[in-house]
Design a protein around this ligand. Structure first.
Ligand code: ATP
Ligand code: MG
Length: 491
């Protein structure tokens, strides 16, 4: 053990993020108003401080407050270990393996409390079994894979070490509400003012430690509207390949964050500019390479951004259903050309696309179940008999399925009349609904169906162009609707 420590102390390796110099600035002079902080975050900080620990609000919340944005959530950093934090709160959970933290619960609000951590090979990082300073912070070794990726991340450290292992200078600011002080080790305040996103330490090394940081550059540059510092930008292209080593579940988490920032379009644009979309996020890559994919995916992401801007949420299932739709739709059309009935073809297309996707970016099962329901609702919504219409309306995923139909109508792959009909049907009272059903039964014009017949003469195996999503769903429903229903085991 001592040998190890000596080896580390005299190791020629420089810490990947050199420790910065502590600079304290009064929060008031930066426009922070502590009275506007939520009670939950204040309580957590004060409770920890009263128990003799250091505690600060950290990361995104400090950054957003300084930018005059409303923080999404509040994280707290402390020198107390998770085991020391937990008993101080009535409702607290120890969570995580790769990254052990404590969730302190206040009603539905969660304050994430993390212990100061050190960088993987920071020379002074605590090693297994050793005790450092008065808090006896016992840590564990970082495990690093052959490409330098950090596998575990539970080496406790001091605040300056904690700052050095964070990603960007503007994400490494600490705020102590009791003393109204902002603590900055890496010129985060300067970069914030200059609206610059700068990686702490040596960027290529930081990308190797955790390639997810490549995606985070795209996300934060989009969210904050910051320029990417040249040194941070430069190594991105040559490190893009490293994303292949990231476990698919982690890639999923980071992609969701990227899509749900409210700046999904701008983030995606950045991914492309940075060369990170090709082959790395196959989901997005493929979606965009389909003939109709781009318009559909762009519309979906634009909608998502607008929803978030208006204070609503965007469900991951809806987002991923959109991203994979160009592929599913194309395969669905292809299978029908090969003679597979409507609903069975959609099932099979969904199976195939989800299976292929799972190899790179694992979509959690509960999410993929919802995605399938959103897709399965598409041909169902094309049937406007009373038998189908009422049951569709009762479907737990109806709202998402209908929103999805609206998107398809907007991008020209579903009949706008169909989307309008469903809008009217939802808003209508009983007699008006009966009228609408009757009108549908009389066979209101089906422009999409006409379009399909015209295009059907040139079915091309891979061609989403003619037989793409537009050739499926409501377009085929009038022709294959009934026997498809008979084939569908869920009915
Ligand atoms: P948002 O408001 O979008 O959640 P955030 O800054 O809170 O932004 P999170 O992903 O929630 O972003 O991460 C919280 C903080 O943890 C970051 O501000 C950063 O300091 C640190 N962090 C998160 N992920 C990494 C990473 N991969 N590498 C280094 N530091 C990270
Ligand atoms: Mg956050």
């Amino acid at each position: 053990m001592i040998r190890k420590l000596i080896d580390r102390l005299f190791s020629s390796k420089k810490p990947s993020g050199a420790l910065g110099k502590r600079v304290e600035t009064p929060g008031a002079s930066l426009g922070i108003d502590p009275s506007r902080l939520p009670n939950s975050a204040l309580t957590v900080v004060r409770t920890l401080q009263q128990a003799g620990f250091e505690a600060y609000i950290v990361g995104g919340a400090v950054r957003d407050m300084l930018l005059g944005l409303k923080p999404k959530d509040f994280d707290v950093a402390t020198n107390a270990t998770p085991e020391q934090v937990k008993p101080l709160f009535r409702r607290a959970l120890l969570i995580g393996r790769r990254f052990r933290i404590v969730h302190v619960l206040f009603g539905r609000e969660v304050i994430e409390v993390s212990t100061f951590r050190a960088n993987p090979d920071s020379a002074s990082a605590a090693v297994e079994g050793d005790e450092r300073d008065t808090h006896k912070l016992a840590g564990r070794h970082h495990a690093v894979d052959t490409s330098g990726r950090v596998l575990r991340d539970n080496v406790w450290g001091s605040q300056d070490e904690d700052a050095a292992r964070r990603d960007f200078s503007v994400n490494a600011l600490y705020y102590d509400p009791s003393r109204d002080l902002v603590v900055d080790y890496h010129h985060g305040l300067r970069d914030l003012k200059a609206r610059t996103l700068r990686m702490i330490g040596e960027p290529s090394r930081r990308y190797r430690e955790d390639p997810v940081r490549l995606l985070r550059v795209a996300r934060f540059a989009a969210k904050l509207g910051f320029e990417i510092a040249p040194g941070t930008l430069h190594p991105i292209a040559s490190h893009a390949e490293l994303l292949r080593n990231v476990p698919s579940a982690r890639l999923f988490d980071e992609t969701i964050k990227l899509l749900q920032t409210g700046h999904a379009l701008a983030s995606l644009d950045n991914l492309r500019r940075l060369g990170l979309h090709k082959g790395l996020l196959p989901l997005i890559d493929l979606a965009l390479s389909q003939p109709r994919g781009e318009a559909f995916v762009m519309a979906a992401l634009g909608d998502t951004d607008a929803r978030i801007a208006s204070g609503k949420t965007a469900s991951p299932a809806f987002l991923f259903a959109c991203l994979l739709w160009p592929q599913v739709g194309q395969r669905w059309a292809q299978l029908q050309v090969e003679g597979v009935p409507l609903i069975a073809a959609l099932d099979q297309a969904a199976d195939e696309v989800l299976a292929a996707q799972a190899e790179r970016l694992a979509i959690q099962r509960r999410i993929s179940v919802d995605m399938r329901e959103i897709w399965a609702l598409q041909p169902r919504l094309a049937r406007r008999s009373s038998r189908y219409a009422y049951s569709a309306l009762e479907h737990p995923r109806f709202r998402a399925g209908f929103d999805f139909l609206l998107l398809r109508a907007r991008t020209g792959e579903a009949a706008p009349e169909l989307a309008q009909w469903w809008q009217d049907f939802q808003d209508a009272d009983e007699p008006a609904r009966a009228d609408l059903l009757e009108q549908a039964a009389r066979g209101a014009p089906e422009p999409a169906a006409k379009k399909r017949r015209r295009r059907r003469r040139k079915p091309s195996a891979g061609g989403a162009e003619g037989t793409g999503p537009e050739g499926t769903g409501e377009a085929t429903a009038p022709e294959h609707g009934d026997d498809a229903a008979a084939q569908d085991p869920r009915r």
